[in-house]
Design a protein around this ligand. Structure first.
Ligand code: F6P
Length: 351
């Protein structure tokens, strides 16, 4: 049996631990030959496919390493044109691949699902620091990102305290605020702003003013997908003509422009950015990634292609890839963690 392994989409701490566990399990359980595909689907789409054999030795000593030894791409899509699709399928046939293990997010699962309809079967492993994959309560990489963001927030807190400033820290999470919520709670941020709940600038400013009078400083954690409620859009438009957080250098900077005129304290903004995706995975993520990789190999051994491994109620399970493709798991407004945040007095910028 020959199985290809690839990592797709943005990188994420724990990818190497998955590659190691998938490869070792496939070799030991099925006597499989494992072929690593470089740079995500891009390595399989090229006229000269970029692959390398993954043997026991080549995946030893990598579980703790950040990034992916295979490289990744968040642009390559073999379904974009019929020619790309045909070349990808022909390459897979030439490489005698009986299936793939694709380690990626909702976009990668969508591609894998599309290729399965054309005869190239896959098993999926959920990857994203954002923790927003449908049907999966924890993707590997999230724990590491939360630890990094928490560390960033706590470092910001000491400088906020020293200067009596309002400090805004932006975390990743384009569609879902899981990193902002968990890191915000872990670091005891005063205000947590999420993509799921539009904030009002006045509500945020009010909390900062109250704290100016008593605690003197405020730490705000904002997820990169957060935005002000409709009524405040005029303020956002005034900032730079149009709402374009990327051009402005992140939503933290948008919020800084909105808040500064309303406060006595100086306001500063920090975007944590890709530091959250880099570096060594936490022990939790290494173990989760190893469990996912091993479980994916078991699905391959059982011929259960078309499924993505997942964690539900703390147990390893699998869900159909079709259910996961191109969708995000956002925070429900009655999520227990949100309720907890509100009830311990963390402002979500609502009112
Ligand atoms: O999907 C993970 C993520 O970290 C998002 O939170 C973020 O918006 C995105 O990746 C940034 O990716 P890149 O800069 O690689 O395009």
């Amino acid at each position: 049996m020959r199985i290809g392994v690839l990592t797709g989409g943005g990188d994420c701490p724990g990818l190497n631990a998955v590659i190691r566990a998938v490869t070792k399990s496939l070799i030991r359980q099925c006597g499989a030959e494992v072929v690593g595909i470089e740079d995500g689907f891009s390595g399989l789409m090229d006229a000269n496919p970029r692959t390398r054999v993954l043997d026991w030795r080549s995946v030893s000593g990598i579980a703790h390493r950040g990034g992916t030894i295979l490289g990744t791409s968040n642009k390559a899509n073999p379904l974009r044109s019929p020619a790309d699709t045909e070349r990808t399928l022909a390459n897979a046939r030439a490489l005698a691949l009986e299936g793939l293990v694709v380690i990626g997010g909702d976009g990668t699962m969508s591609i894998a699902h599309g290729l399965a309809d054309l005869g190239l079967r896959s098993v999926g492993v959920p990857k994203t620091i954002d923790n927003d994959i449908v049907g999966c309560e924890r993707s590997f990489g999230f724990d590491t990102a939360v630890a990094t963001a928490t560390d960033g927030l706590m470092r910001i807190e000491t400088t906020a305290m020293s200067h009596s400033r309002v400090m805004i820290v932006e975390t990743m999470g384009r569609h879902a605020g899981w990193i902002a919520l968990e890191a915000g709670l872990a670091a005891a941020a005063d205000i947590v702003l999420l993509p799921e709940i539009d904030y009002t600038v006045e509500a945020v400013a009010r909390v900062c003013r109250e704290r100016e009078a008593h605690q003197r400083y405020t730490v705000i954690c904002i997820g990169e997908g957060a935005k002000a409620r409709g009524a405040d859009l005029t303020v956002q438009h005034r900032v730079e003509g149009s709402f374009d957080p990327v051009r402005l250098g992140g939503v933290a900077h948008v919020l800084r422009e909105q808040l500064q005129p309303l406060l006595k304290s100086e306001v500063r903004a920090t975007v944590l950015g890709h530091v959250q995706r880099g570096g060594q995975p936490t022990p939790f993520d290494r173990v989760l990634a190893t469990r996912y990789g091993h479980h994916a190999a078991q699905l391959v051994a059982a011929g259960r292609f078309g499924e993505m491994v997942t964690l539900q109620g703390g147990d390893l399970r699998s869900v159909p890839m079709a259910r996961v493709a191109n969708q995000q798991r956002t925070i429900a407004l009655d999520d227990p963690l949100l309720v907890t945040a509100r009830e311990i007095g963390v402002s979500l910028g609502e009112h």
